[in-house]
Design a protein around this ligand. Structure first.
Ligand code: FMN
Length: 334
């Protein structure tokens, strides 16, 4: 059944979404997060022209896989016709939501008048959304920043235009493009967007646990939150925060569970990319899992272990990680 943003969509998608992250949210990561209870997770951004040219690495980014509660493809592009065509292709392949990126600050993207550069062209955003909505039956959503810079905080206007053109939900990262990732996300500034949009708004930026999720929702009036960096090396965070928001315990896996998660993620990576590329692609996840774990307690020891483990061949990772976390396992068992 299609997702209807005018009714009880949080029932289907939850209130804690995992952000699209280039170089992170590939299919093995999304499947791992889904197995841990995440309900909404988006692909890495997919450039429309490269998708339509069937570039193999870009096709992999848009990979539709089994074991996902909902398939969300994120597109980035400048030309409404190309975005519409890419949306059609994605929906035909199984996308159930198509998100369009108007937030990416990277020069390589803004230099092509895509991503957050489009915050300076609200009418083009409306034209892109309208063309995508015309092309497919699945919901089109948008993701944006507060504006290009502090002198042009136009997210409310952009959101209003995007929704009038057919967008069904709006995610707002509470920073401007000029800020990139500096400063702190301004959740209160998202409130104006929520007022103007007339559609569900999802607050994003610097949300890392249930306390920050609650604050972000309270200050912004958003219906849900989206987590980016804090989900790297912690693909269970969606369920953990969701549970805490509903009054349950804030679940964090112990060392034994974490080891099983890492091993399963590695297995998925090897099977998706093949052994060589899979091991390579997994390295940054392994580094993130080690960084995110509280063991060993000594940060220097963790850094050394990360450097050592990230050089190991894939078939030695499980044993090395088990050795690293065994003292914590034994302490917890005692
Ligand atoms: C490594 C990385 C890659 C990202 N790639 C994308 C992307 O492909 N599409 C997108 O809309 N945002 C992307 N973002 C932005 C995040 O989705 C999110 O908006 C931002 O990180 C703020 O949320 P956070 O403070 O929870 O990390 C990326 C962020 C990071 C750190």
């Amino acid at each position: 059944m299609g997702i209807d943003f005018s009714t009880d969509w949080t029932h289907r998608l939850g209130r804690v979404w995992l952000a699209p992250m280039t170089g992170v949210s590939d299919l093995p990561y999304r499947q791992t997060a889904a197995a841990l209870g995440a309900r909404y997770q988006a692909t890495e951004m997919v450039a429309c022209d490269s998708l339509l040219a069937s570039r193999p690495d870009v096709l992999r980014r848009a990979a539709i896989g089994e074991d996902l509660p909902v398939m969300v493809v994120q597109l980035v592009g400048h030309d409404p016709r190309l975005v519409a065509e890419a949306a059609r292709l994605s929906a035909a392949a199984g996308a159930e939501i198509i998100d369009v990126n108007f937030g990416c600050p990277a020069k390589a993207v803004t230099g092509q008048a895509c991503g957050s550069a489009l915050m300076r062209e609200p009418d083009r955003i409306a034209a892109i959304v309208a063309a995508a909505c015309e092309a497919v039956d699945v919901p089109i959503t948008v993701k944006m920043r507060l504006g290009w810079d502090s002198a042009s905080l136009n997210a409310p206007e952009v959101a209003e235009k995007a929704v009038a053109a057919g967008a069904r939900a709006v995610t707002v990262h509470g920073r401007t493009r000029a800020q990139f990732y500096t400063g702190i996300a301004d959740w209160a500034a998202i409130r104006e967007v929520a007022h103007a949009a007339g559609a569900p708004v999802i607050a994003n930026g610097d949300i890392r646990d249930s306390a920050t999720a609650r604050s972000a929702m309270a200050l912004s009036g958003a219906s849900a939150v989206m987590i980016g960096r804090s989900a790297i090396g912690r693909p269970w965070i969606g369920r953990a925060i969701e549970s805490a928001l509903s009054g349950g315990p804030a679940w964090e896996p112990g060392p034994t569970e974490r080891l099983a998660i890492v091993v399963e993620h590695l297995r998925r990576s090897l099977s998706f990319y093949g052994d060589k590329l899979g091991a390579l692609m997994f390295r940054k996840h392994l580094a993130a899992y080690i960084d995110a774990a509280p063991w060993p307690e000594d940060a220097q020891a963790r850094r050394e272990a990360r450097a050592r483990l990230c050089r190991l061949p894939a078939n030695e990772i499980e044993e090395a990680l088990a050795a690293l976390w065994t003292p914590a396992m034994e302490r917890l068992a005692a």
